[in-house]
Design a protein around this ligand. Structure first.
Ligand SMILES: Cc1cc2nc3c(=O)[nH]c(=O)nc-3n(C[C@H](O)[C@H](O)[C@H](O)COP(=O)(O)OP(=O)(O)OC[C@H]3O[C@@H](n4cnc5c(N)ncnc54)[C@H](O)[C@@H]3O)c2cc1C
Length: 390
């Protein structure tokens, strides 16, 4: 194999689905270019969505690993440097600094840094024990704590958004006693039509999941080996484990310190380029520009679209991202849902139709246009036709 004329590698920071998807796509187009992935974690390749449906399947963290970092390096013909945190970017010199004091030069840089869980400001000596699950290591910790608690652990989940609802369903299916706490009056309130939230809540009542809605957790205290969660209404829930699922925030610090433009995420243009021309971003850390405005899309489908386009651009064929919102399949087997929520802040109303087999909810804006939808018992055909209408 001949060396590529530009001796500096393309460097990808991260080893999540965004980083590995991009590396694979790049290798489809260019086998020669030097490629290096630098990640602060162990670099295991795994499907992150599995984290919220693996308890019921009885899977341990190791069983979720598709390939080790070494296997990925061999597969990709790339360097994969693990347990190495990038601490600074010098975009003028085209170098990175790592926590270990190393300087790495790059020809092009791609940030695939992901997002970090938002932490609630909770009082109490148990607040630090509240677990967020956004990584394979968090899942390993979740499994370990469930095992310590025994067969039917008491689990309190803070947040009834997508991820909180998926964990609630999965943990209940795994035989645990789940209580879900959310300030909104219904689960998935920001994403789904009322009839769909109500359908989910009804399915959960049958499953034995307890909903504590319209309230929040104020403090978490230790109570021997257990935890006591005090809600805003002063009631107290006993728990073996408390999971926080109140949202994610794109990792921005590295980009901000390097002077890159950021808003909710690292802002990229139609080609995935940040405000520094040689630096790209994709995945949970990025804010994409779409026809409907700039958006953070922390899902798998958009990162795959972005990976294909950025790989083509890096291989010399400038290709716009064409990232667009998609329908998300909610992994709640108790009540199957597909959701394409309206953009935040869109004024309009949900129009719901229940034909006995499924509920179809359409979000219609003030001009009468379809801006979002939700389906129970979704079929691929119906999802596709509503997406086309969107
Ligand atoms: C429980 C759960 C369930 C989900 N289910 C679904 C689903 O059903 N469908 C769907 O579409 N999406 C789902 N998602 C979202 C989807 O998994 C994410 O959008 C996707 O995995 C994000 O990948 P990423 O590579 O951008 O980020 P990450 O996976 O977070 O990877 C970030 C990488 O960057 C590294 N890193 C960060 N900072 C540094 C640094 N300074 N130096 C070096 N390395 C660094 C990290 O170590 C990591 O390797 C789910 C997410 C969760 C948490």
């Amino acid at each position: 194999m001949n060396a590529h004329p530009d001796a500096r590698p393309i460097v990808i920071v991260g080893a999540g689905m965004a980083a590995y998807s991009l590396a694979r796509e790049l290798r489809k187009r260019d086998q020669r270019r030097a490629l290096l992935l630098v990640a602060s974690d162990a670099g295991h390749s795994y499907a992150k969505p599995m984290l919220s449906n693996a308890i019921a399947l009885g899977k341990g963290a190791q069983q979720l690993v598709a390939h080790s970092a070494a296997a990925m390096a061999a597969q990709l013909g790339a360097g994969v440097r693990t347990h190495t945190r990038v601490s600074a970017i010098d975009s003028a010199a085209r170098t990175l600094a790592t926590d270990g004091g190393e300087t790495i030069g790059y020809a092009k840089l791609v940030l695939a840094l992901g997002a970090q869980p938002i932490r609630l400001a909770l009082e109490g000596d148990g607040a630090a024990a509240v677990l967020s699950v956004n990584h394979l290591d968090d899942y390993a910790e979740l499994r370990a704590r469930l095992e310590r608690a025994g067969a039917a652990a008491r689990v309190v989940i803070l947040g009834a958004g997508l991820i909180g609802c998926e964990f609630a369903d999965d943990l209940a299916a795994g035989g645990h006693q789940v209580t879900l706490v959310d300030p909104q009056p219904r689960p998935l309130a920001a994403l789904a039509a009322p009839a769909l939230s109500n359908g989910l809540a009804a399915a959960w009542r049958e499953r034995g999941i307890t909903l504590r809605l319209g309230t929040t957790a104020a403090r978490v205290d230790r109570d021997g080996a257990a935890l006591a969660v005090t809600l805003a209404d002063a009631s107290v829930l006993a728990a073996d484990l408390v999971i926080s699922a109140v949202g994610l925030r794109p990792r921005l610090a590295l980009a901000q310190a390097a002077g890159l433009a950021t808003a909710r995420g690292i802002v990229v243009d139609a080609y995935g380029r940040t405000s520094a021309g040689d630096i790209y971003a994709l995945g949970d850390c990025a804010e994409y520009s779409t026809a409907g405005g700039s958006v953070v899309l922390p899902y798998v489908a958009p990162l795959l679209t972005a990976a294909r386009a950025i790989a083509a651009t890096l291989a010399g064929q400038p290709t716009p991202l064409a990232v667009k919102p998609d329908a998300v399949i909610v992994k709640t087997p108790s009540y199957r849902l597909a959701l394409a929520p309206p953009p935040p802040g869109t004024a309009g109303t949900w129009v719901e139709r229940d034909d006995g087999e499924r509920i179809v909810a359409r979000f219609i804006d003030q001009l009468g246009a379809l801006r979002g939808f939700g389906l129970s018992a979704p079929t691929a055909a119906l999802r596709a036709s509503l997406l086309a209408e969107l």
